[in-house]
Design a protein around this ligand. Structure first.
Ligand SMILES: *[C@@H]1O[C@H](CO)[C@@H](O)[C@H](O)[C@H]1NC(C)=O
Ligand SMILES: *[C@@H]1O[C@H](CO)[C@@H](O)[C@H](O)[C@H]1NC(C)=O
Ligand SMILES: *[C@@H]1O[C@H](CO)[C@@H](O)[C@H](O)[C@H]1NC(C)=O
Ligand SMILES: *[C@@H]1O[C@H](CO)[C@@H](O)[C@H](O)[C@H]1NC(C)=O
Ligand SMILES: *[C@@H]1O[C@H](CO)[C@@H](O)[C@H](O)[C@H]1NC(C)=O
Ligand SMILES: *[C@@H]1O[C@H](CO)[C@@H](O)[C@H](O)[C@H]1NC(C)=O
Ligand SMILES: *[C@@H]1O[C@H](CO)[C@@H](O)[C@H](O)[C@H]1NC(C)=O
Ligand SMILES: *[C@@H]1O[C@H](CO)[C@@H](O)[C@H](O)[C@H]1NC(C)=O
Ligand SMILES: *[C@@H]1O[C@H](CO)[C@@H](O)[C@H](O)[C@H]1NC(C)=O
Ligand SMILES: *[C@@H]1O[C@H](CO)[C@@H](O)[C@H](O)[C@H]1NC(C)=O
Length: 765
């Protein structure tokens, strides 16, 4: 191994995050950090200053993070000179003036985030987003939310063909939503709420087939909601509340089969609520309140058994309250007030805790002695009418359901044997009709041969559904005390989050004494197996290991920082990292995960994580936080590059894996690095490569620091790993432009990872 190991002589990353620095940003930084600085991160300090113009003299700067300081003044136009910049993050400051049109000249820019400042247009009255921004063809994320932009959305924005994330919310932008936006085919997240946009939602939105989140609330949009909006089958949240939409909902809204949160409240919608809502089986939150819907609450809503919140208040719904609502186990918020509902209030379930506030304003309701409502009188002659009203739709529904089952069981069966594995997982999502019997059939009566693994709360089986799709079925042992708690936690988290590096939930099957999760099948085992099963004969190179840990860090970054609510995994370890056909890593097992709704990032947990990977404060005090996940990640990083588990026999109270690495860092790293990495790899032949190992170990050591404050954020981990990877690939493949080729790692016939091909991960959202 190289004598130069650990020689980090050139400063390329300067991270000053959360160091409580105050005053102006020292100008010496501009000189001292020389020509090599590529990442400058001094977010979350108290720098009070204008954005320094000397930044424009750091020619290799790629990442500029100055968020959450107290910066004032305008954004210097000279940043245009930084042609390598890929990321500008300056949210949460007090920046004023216009967004410099010159930024449009930075062709490599992929992230531009200037939210929560006081930016205005060039003309305070009608100044908006400069059209020049539309010229940055690599832009993947544009966030200028919570500023003072007025003016319309430039039509040219449609040129940003790589745009995945657009947030213009909380401005005062005027005018229509350009119809050309239908061309933004990469768009996944769109937020325009709290502006003054008017006009209709362009029907071209139906073209945005990758859209996952739409937030168009609090605006002055009007006219009909285009039916094409309800065909977006990747959509998971839809918020078009507080507008002036008129007309009825389309009869068929079933296209939104992944949507879990839907808010169309406070509009002027009429007509009946479509029966097809009952097919949106992922729904957790549905708000139709403050409209003019009429007719009865549709019977097919019976299938929405995942609902946690249903608000139908302030409409003109009639008929009785369906009793199935009492059977929804997750339903905790129900508001039926101010309608024309009548008849008996059901008992049990959500109704046992319901207050008058949720039922008020319906003259015909009776029952519920707890609430002092009148008891129900049995009126015989009106009964027959009711029976018919209920019986007819029920019969139709029953035949409908049978027809759907027959279609699902036989209609979709693939004809040939070979293409069985290629049935699209999406075909299964959305039809929550997987029954206990189907699972029995799929797993050959839960036969031992089908067992993929055993955990503390149950077993995981491999199974093939009747659609042909091969899945993993996690059966929870309901006898165990905490089992249903883990089931609920995992369901809740997985139903909501979507990320390419998180395992996907396809279905659930739950009743009183049987609970199972149907998950995406991961044919290539876990990281634990890959690292420690000596027979597996897979030789993992430096780059493969780096890519795996980058995959994991991106999933964690998403859970910690990108998702609406903070999600803590609480049990990150190599056996919870699984590989799909393409050896892409997916973080799995959310059995003890925590969803934290208020951003109080610390929580107390009763169920422990795993010895060796648990942060000290989590192990001893039960305090989980983002930083305790980072600790587990750091230990895993050390394990991946040393090949030693934290529970290895050579470690104990006197010497932990971290201390062992720390002692060797940086000069003696050759003593601790996994020998596989030294054998025949470029790492031993090329001295300079040793620096990459040192960077990785340094990252692992920082992340696994005893003090939570010393650990990095997952967000920064992603930045550092991407940088190491970019430098490494540049050095080992100087002539290939990896950013442009999307090769994939493949397993060759002996199950080895073919190290000649390298995967490139596009920026994940
Ligand atoms: C920064 O200041 C806060 C409060 O003033 C303090 O709790 C924290 O420990 C300080 N952090 C560092 C790294 O000094
Ligand atoms: C921005 O300035 C205003 C007053 O000028 C101040 O109240 C506010 O705290 C500042 N915001 C930040 C993030 O510094
Ligand atoms: C930016 O580049 C222009 C021309 O390339 C040059 O005139 C100007 O001085 C540079 N600005 C800074 C701050 O380096
Ligand atoms: C966008 O780029 C093209 C060529 O690259 C140039 O002709 C055009 O003027 C630019 N538009 C703006 C608004 O900067
Ligand atoms: C929708 O997409 C198609 C092809 O992707 C394109 O030809 C068409 O112009 C788009 N429609 C609108 C209204 O943007
Ligand atoms: C539904 O939307 C209305 C306003 O549109 C809001 O007041 C109400 O709180 C929402 N209901 C729930 C349960 O979030
Ligand atoms: C509600 O429906 C009843 C009859 O179905 C109708 O008479 C009444 O006008 C409706 N109220 C509103 C506010 O639409
Ligand atoms: C509610 O659940 C019980 C027990 O599972 C079942 O007997 C009953 O039919 C269900 N009621 C409705 C309205 O679905
Ligand atoms: C009713 O409320 C109590 C206390 O707030 C809670 O423990 C219980 O789970 C609730 N029951 C239902 C069915 O929501
Ligand atoms: C139900 O909705 C009505 C009207 O939107 C509101 O006044 C009431 O407070 C809500 N009830 C609950 C329990 O949130």
């Amino acid at each position: 191994m190289a004598p130069h190991v650990g020689n980090l002589s050139f400063l390329s990353v300067l991270n000053l995050t959360l160091t409580n620095l105050t005053g102006p940003i020292p100008a010496e930084l501009g000189l001292a950090s020389c020509q090599c600085l590529q990442v400058l991160d001094s977010s979350a300090n108290s720098f009070v200053d204008v954005v320094p113009t000397w930044l424009a003299k750091l020619p290799r700067l790629q990442v500029l993070e100055l968020g959450a300081n107290k910066l004032i003044g305008s954004i210097p136009a000279s940043l245009r000179n930084l042609t390598s910049l890929s990321r500008i993050d300056m949210p949460y400051n007090n920046l004023t003036g216009e967004i410099p049109p010159e930024l449009g000249l930075i062709q490599e820019l992929s992230h531009l985030h200037l939210g929560t400042n006081q930016l205005t247009g060039d003309n305070k009255l009608i100044g908006g987003l400069p059209v020049e921004i539309s010229n940055i063809s690599s832009l993947a994320r544009l966030g200028v939310e919570n500023n003072l932009l007025t003016g319309p959305i430039p039509e040219s924005i449609a040129m940003l063909e790589n745009l995945g994330w657009l947030d213009l919310s909380g401005n005062d932008m005027l005018g229509p939503i350009p119809a050309q936006m239908g061309l933004l085919g990469s768009l996944e997240r769109l937020s325009f709420h709290a502006n003054k946009l008017s006009g209709s939602i362009p029907s071209s939105f139906g073209n945005l087939s990758l859209l996952e989140n739409i937030d168009l609330s609090s605006k002055q949009l009007s006219s009909m909601i285009p039916a094409s909006l309800f065909h977006l089958d990747k959509l998971i949240t839809l918020d078009i509340s507080h507008n002036y939409f008129v007309g009825a909902l389309p009869v068929d809204v079933s296209g939104l089969r992944q949507v879990y949160q839907m808010d169309i409240s406070s509009n002027f919608l009429i007509g009946s609520t479509p029966d097809s809502l009952g097919q949106l089986s992922m729904l957790i939150y549905l708000n139709l309140s403050h409209n003019s819907f009429k007719g009865s609450i549709p019977g097919p809503l019976k299938k929405l058994s995942s609902l946690a919140s249903l608000d139908l208040s302030f409409n003109n719904l009639s008929g009785s309250i369906p009793t199935f609502l009492a059977n929804f186990t997750y339903l905790t918020t129900l508001n039926l007030s101010f309608n024309s509902l009548e008849g008996q209030i059901p008992e049990g379930g959500v109704f046992s805790n319901l207050t008058l506030q949720s039922l008020i304003g319906n003259v015909g309701l009776c029952g519920a002695p707890r609430l002092d409502l009148s008891t129900c009188l049995d009126i015989p002659h009106s009964r027959n009418k009711h029976v018919l009203q209920i019986l007819l739709p029920t019969l139709t529904l029953a035949f409908g359901a049978i027809a759907i089952c027959i279609y699902l069981l036989f209609g979709k069966k693939p004809k040939g044997g070979e293409d069985k594995h290629f049935v699209n997982a999406n075909d299964v999502i959305g039809h929550q009709i997987v029954s206990y019997h189907e699972l029995i059939r799929a797993t050959n009566s839960f036969s031992e041969d089908n067992i993929l693994g055993c955990g503390s709360f149950g077993k995981v089986f491999k199974g093939q559904l009747s659609t042909g799709l091969v899945v993993a079925i996690k059966v929870i042992d309901v006898q165990l005390e905490q089992a249903s708690q883990t089931f609920d936690a995992e369901c809740q988290v997985l139903r909501m989050v979507r990320h390419r590096n998180l395992i996907k939930i396809l279905n659930t099957c739950s009743n009183l004494d049987f609970k199972a999760l149907v998950l995406q099948y991961m044919p290539n085992g876990s990281l634990e197996m890959l690292l420690h099963q000596t027979k597996s004969a897979v030789r993992l190179g430096f780059l493969e290991r780096l890519c795996i840990m980058l995959d994991v860090s991106m999933a964690m970054d998403y859970l910690h920082h990108e998702y609406y609510n903070l999600i803590l995994h609480c049990d990150l370890k190599p056996s919870n990292v699984l590989f799909d056909e393409e050896m892409t890593a997916h973080v799995a097992d959310f059995g003890i995960a925590r969803l934290i709704l208020d951003d109080n990032s610390m929580t107390c947990v009763s169920m422990p994580g795993t010895v060796g990977y648990m942060a000290p404060e989590y192990g001893s005090l039960g305090k989980a936080s983002r930083k305790s996940d980072v600790f587990s990640y750091g230990i895993m990083l050390l394990e991946v590059f040393t090949g030693r588990k934290p529970t290895d026999a050579i470690f104990g109270a006197q010497l932990t894996l971290r201390q062992w690495v720390h002692r060797a860092f940086p000069a003696e790293l050759v003593q601790v690095v996994d020998v596989q990495l030294l054998q025949g790899s470029s790492l031993s032949s090329c001295n300079r490569d040793g620096g990459f190992l040192a960077s990785v170990f340094e990252l692992g050591l920082i992340c696994s620091s005893d003090l939570p404050d010393h650990r990095m954020t997952m967000h920064d981990v992603v930045v550092v790993l991407k940088k190491i990877k970019a430098d490494y690939t540049k050095l080992s493949h100087p002539f290939s432009n990896l950013n442009k080729t999307k090769e994939r790692r493949v397993l060759n016939q002996e199950g080895k990872i073919d190290s000649n091909t390298v995967s490139y991960h596009p920026v994940a959202f």
